[in-house]
Design a protein around this ligand. Sequence first.
Ligand SMILES: *Cc1c(COP(=O)(O)O)cnc(C)c1O
Length: 379
Amino acid sequence: MRFNSKVIHGGQKPDKAYGAVMPPIYQTSTYAQASPGQHKGYEYSRSANPTRSALENALASIENGKFGLAFASGLAAMDAVIKLLGPGDEVISTNDLYGGSYRLFRQVFEKYGIKFHFTGMQDVANIAALINSNTKLIWVETPTNPMMNIIDLRAVSELARSNKLLMAVDNTFATPYLQQPLDLGADIVMHSATKYLGGHSDVVAGALIVKDEELANKLYFIQNASGAVCGPMDSFLVLRGIKTLHVRMQRHCENGERIAEYLLKHPKIEKVYWPGLKDHPNHNVASKQMKAFGGMISFVPKGSNYKDAIAIVEKLKIFTLAESLGGVESLAGHPASMTHASIPKKEREKSGVVDSLIRLSVGIEDVEDLISDLEQAIG
Ligand SMILES: *Cc1c(COP(=O)(O)O)cnc(C)c1O
């Protein structure tokens, strides 16, 4: 099956009981057993639930993996990956990582003796320089948030392989519609399914997808033992979202392109960060590993400060000022005070997250309306 068919049919079968085309929301914690240990594949919903299994099969299919695991949130999925490690182990990650991922690494896992390094991964040599005998995992996010840097997945996976390191990719921004990291050599794909996979801003969920069975078993053990599973209702919502992923992404990309071009030509805009622009520093890598360039755009208004940027986002009417991204509706955010507020200002600015940076999650409305909205807010 090709991708557009997979998002609808991948890993899915009509329900066994009545042939329901969408899996029922099995809102149950437990399952009747005929005799101790004799059941129909499900015994307790932390360990497995049929609605969650349907989602997990769909996830495996769309990412070209073999095993999917659905979690209560994207961060719960990441938490399970880091729990593969132990004291003394080291992780290399990117320096403009999603703020919540940075907080999880630094403020939760460092105190258990795991060490995290952050570097500009656009240059693979920066990663190689940090590898030592304690390194266990390379954690990649591409495009990065909010600077839209692109990391060469093939090059990083070759480095990981030659040093026997695990490589995980946060594929939240790109989605498998745009790039499939397992095909490029990654071991683990992670999603905040809260974003494009769910797609309707109505659910918080996370996912991991792998090919290797031994790794899947280790992650499944942690998922069950730690317990941050995706509930049946949330699994249903993400599964429903996935069925339109391809058509939504196509429109996100088209609208994203129009808005990036509009901002690029605007006399009051200083910088536009979108990987589809020819002058984007990693445009060639993006063209090689992504099918198109997505609907996430960051920009800096000319001569502006913290207050000016806030004034612009407050004036927007169709773009909603909100955390999050990837839903059908357009959102605007101010990373310095919102998503990236937990990263110290000095750290933030090193990677370009200046006080006046504005981030857009371009939705699937009429693009003319979105452009008029930006026009009246930028002035
Ligand atoms: C939102 C997000 C996360 C965290 O996911 P939650 O579902 O909010 O826990 C991780 N990575 C990226 C890139 C995100 O955008």
